[in-house]
Design a protein around this ligand. Structure first.
Ligand code: HEM
Length: 218
C-alpha cells in the first residue's frame, strides 16, 4: 500500500517538475523576445512576461484536452492539464502582485485601474482571477469526489471564459503588438480544436440519444 502511494507521489512530482519546466521555457521565450525587441529587460517587462506566461499556460492546459482525445498516442498529456493550469495560476498571482505592489509608479491604484481606458480590462482581470480560483478549488481531490466527475468537468470548461476575459484584459492597451497577435492566434487554435473535438465526439456517439458517454469523457 505504502509503495503504491509512493509511486503515485513520485508520478505527481514528475508532473509538477515537467509543468514548471514548461512554464520556465515559455517565460524565457517571451523574455528573450522582449529583450531582443526592446533592448532592455526590467521589472516592468518581467511583469508583462509573467502575464503572458499565465495566459499561454492556461490556454495550453485547456488545449491539451483536444490533443489528448484526438491523438490516441498523446493521451498521456491529459495528466498534465491540472499541473500546467496550476503553474499558470501561480504565474498570474506573481503578475498580479508585481502590478499592484511593485509597479505603483507605472500603474497607480486605484486611479489607473479605474480609469475609463482600463475599467473593462480591470473588471475582466478580476473576474478571470475569481474564475481561476473557483477552478482550482474544484480541482482539489475531495471536491472532485463531492462534485462528481461530470460536474467537475463542466466547471473546468470555465477555462474558456478565462481565455476570453484575459483577451479583453490585454487588448485594453496597444492592441496590435506582435505578442498579442500570437496570443490571439494561440487562443483561436485552441478554441477551434475544442470545437472540432466536440464535433468528433457527437458523431461518434450519435447513436446514443442521452449523450452520456460524451459527458463522461469530457
Ligand atoms: C488581479 C488581477 C490582475 C492585475 C492587477 C493585472 C495587471 C495588469 C497590468 C497593470 C497590465 C499592464 C501591463 C503593461 O502595460 O505592461 C497587465 C497586462 C497583462 N496581463 Fe494582467 N493583471 C491581472 C490579471 C491577469 C490574468 C489573470 C492574466 C492571465 C491569465 C493576465 C495577463 C496579462 C497579459 C497577457 C497582459 C498584457 C501584457 C502586455 O501588454 O504585453 N493578467 N495586467
Amino acid at each position: 500500500m505504502n509503495e503504491l502511494n509512493n509511486m503515485r507521489l513520485s508520478k505527481i512530482h514528475l508532473l509538477w517538475i515537467k509543468s514548471i519546466a514548461i512554464g520556465v521555457l515559455i517565460y524565457l521565450a517571451a523574455a528573450g523576445y522582449i529583450l531582443v525587441s526592446q533592448g532592455i529587460f526590467n521589472i516592468y517587462f518581467a511583469n508583462k512576461v509573467f502575464g503572458w506566461t499565465a495566459f499561454f499556460l492556461v490556454n495550453l492546459s485547456m488545449g491539451l484536452t483536444s490533443v489528448g482525445y484526438l491523438i490516441s498516442r498523446w493521451r498521456f498529456v491529459l495528466g498534465y492539464r491540472k499541473y500546467i493550469g496550476l503553474v499558470g495560476f501561480w504565474s498570474f498571482v506573481v503578475h498580479g502582485l508585481i502590478s499592484l505592489v511593485l509597479l505603483q509608479d507605472e500603474f497607480p491604484s486605484p486611479s489607473y485601474y479605474l480609469s475609463s481606458q482600463q475599467i473593462w480590462s480591470t473588471l475582466a482581470s478580476i473576474t478571470a482571477a475569481g474564475v481561476m480560483v473557483v477552478m482550482i478549488i474544484a480541482s482539489r481531490d475531495f471536491m472532485i469526489k463531492k462534485l462528481g466527475s461530470v460536474n467537475w468537468r463542466r466547471i473546468l470548461r470555465l477555462g474558456y471564459l478565462v481565455m476570453v476575459l484575459v483577451i479583453i484584459h490585454f487588448l485594453a492597451k496597444n492592441p496590435v503588438e506582435p505578442l498579442k497577435k500570437l496570443g490571439l492566434i494561440f487562443a483561436a487554435v485552441i478554441f477551434l480544436a475544442r470545437v472540432f473535438l466536440e464535433i468528433v465526439i457527437r458523431i461518434k456517439y450519435k447513436n446514443q440519444p442521452t449523450g452520456q458517454n460524451s459527458k463522461k469523457i469530457l
